[in-house]
Design a binder for this molecule. Structure first.
Ligand code: PLP
Length: 396
């Protein structure tokens, strides 16, 4: 073993000792409500493919047509080898979808946040960030070199107090939040945040990764639902829209600044144009998917009620993300493994995805689950509740 291999092996052993070692299960075929995972047929309740579009034949055809027209790859960053008509069309469609003037595509949502935040604020500025924001936001804030002030999760009073005492020290400032929180399933009070931002001349940056396609009129997200026009809106194409990639939307000057300065955009190969062209189809499908959204909401409500009835600690919220709180990482993974043996696939969520001691099962139904799929899953949960009574109730 080389010295460096020994180093890696030691760190892996540390992760394993803390029950934090990650190893994905292997999926055969395309994503869907039922999958063959590690050779076993299971009900999938851990995907962000909320509307089932990742395996939708309409989207597969759009992607195939996009490939035939635009080829496999973008060739380089768009500043280097030019932008495809497919990129431009997708940006227009996505901007219209979220009711903002302009949008700019990124290859991933992670790249959108680590690129856009440092493009917009720097060392003379401040960021006010929700305590439970996604890792890509946290990393974007750090890369910006702005002073970072964390406000309590979804707490406008705390945010208001911080803005009142700190805002005038800085050139500009940005409030950064998710709209539907990815691991907690609750929603930011966007209207309150928006009025605070106006009062304190501060930008509002909203990551709609999980709300887009799922919540709001035509699935346009929570900013649209709440009548809030953020300075920056981040949407992802890899979740409800079933593809991959992301976009940053806002007014022209803001998006142009991101286009010029976001290092993950400027120094990274563009999203394949075939995916961009399929994104137009995805937006069209999603905008017309009220039936699927109603189905998703019904299944989520049913799961929420029945899991609580079985004694599980289900987090607050109404959307399609149901955190079932367990606590310690080892126990979270044990419950997840038992559920898998009983035919239900839900990965345990552990630090650093969530704070230490708040391990959970993140339960997410899909609009394409049948009633029988849900019944089978609930039967597995019923058995797990019997096996692990103390674990599911007695978390810290
Ligand atoms: C998933 C997620 C991202 C990252 O998007 P990808 O396209 O998967 O890289 C960004 N922000 C939030 C809130 C997310 O949940």
């Amino acid at each position: 073993m080389t010295a460096f291999e020994e180093h890696a092996t030691r760190l892996l052993a540390d992760l394993e000792a803390m029950d934090l070692l990650r190893a994905p299960r292997e999926v055969a075929g395309s994503q869907g409500p039922i999958l063959t995972v590690d050779g076993k047929r299971v009900v999938v309740l851990c995907s962000n493919n909320y509307l089932g579009l990742a395996g939708d034949p309409r989207l597969e055809r759009a992607l195939a047509a996009g490939l035939a027209e635009h080829g496999a790859g973008a060739g380089a960053s768009r500043h280097v080898s030019g932008t495809s008509t497919a990129h431009r069309q997708a940006e227009q469609r996505l901007a219209a979808f979220v009711r903002l003037p302009r949008a700019l595509l990124f290859a991933t949502g992670y790249g959108a946040n680590v690129g856009a935040i440092p493009a917009l604020v720097g060392a003379e500025d401040a960021i006010f960030s929700d305590a439970l924001n996604h890792a890509s936001i946290v990393d974007g804030c750090r890369l910006s070199r702005a002073d970072i002030h964390i406000f309590r999760h979804r707490d406008p009073e705390h945010l208001g107090a911080l803005l009142a005492s700190l805002r005038t020290k800085y050139r500009t400032a940005l409030v950064v939040t998710e709209s539907l929180f990815s691991m907690d399933g609750d929603c930011a009070p966007l209207r309150d945040f928006d009025s605070l931002c106006r009062r304190y001349d501060t930008g509002l940056y909203v990551d709609e990764a999980h709300a887009l396609g799922v919540l709001g009129p035509d699935g346009a997200g929570l900013c649209t639902r709440d009548g809030v026009t953020p300075d920056v809106l981040v949407g992802t194409l890899g979740k409800a829209l079933g593809l991959a990639g992301a976009f940053v939307a806002g007014r022209d000057s803001v998006v142009r600044l991101v286009e010029n300065r976001a290092r993950s955009y400027v120094f990274s190969t563009a999203l394949p144009p075939a995916i961009a062209s399929a994104a137009v189809t995805a937006a069209d499908i999603v905008a017309g998917a009220d039936g699927a959204r109603a189905r998703l909401s019904l299944l989520a409500a049913r799961l929420r009620e029945q899991l609580a009835g079985l004694g599980f600690r289900v987090g607050a919220g109404h959307g399609p993300i149901l955190p079932v709180h367990i606590g310690p990482s080892a126990e979270t993974m044990q419950v997840s493994r038992t559920l898998f043996e009983l035919g239900v696939f839900i990965h345990g969520i552990r630090p650093p995805t969530v704070p230490a001691g708040t391990g959970r099962l993140r339960v997410t139904p899909m609009a394409t689950h049948s009633d029988a799929d849900l019944d089978a899953a609930l039967e597995a949960f019923r058995r797990v509740a019997g096996l692990y009574q103390s674990i599911i109730r007695d978390h810290v």
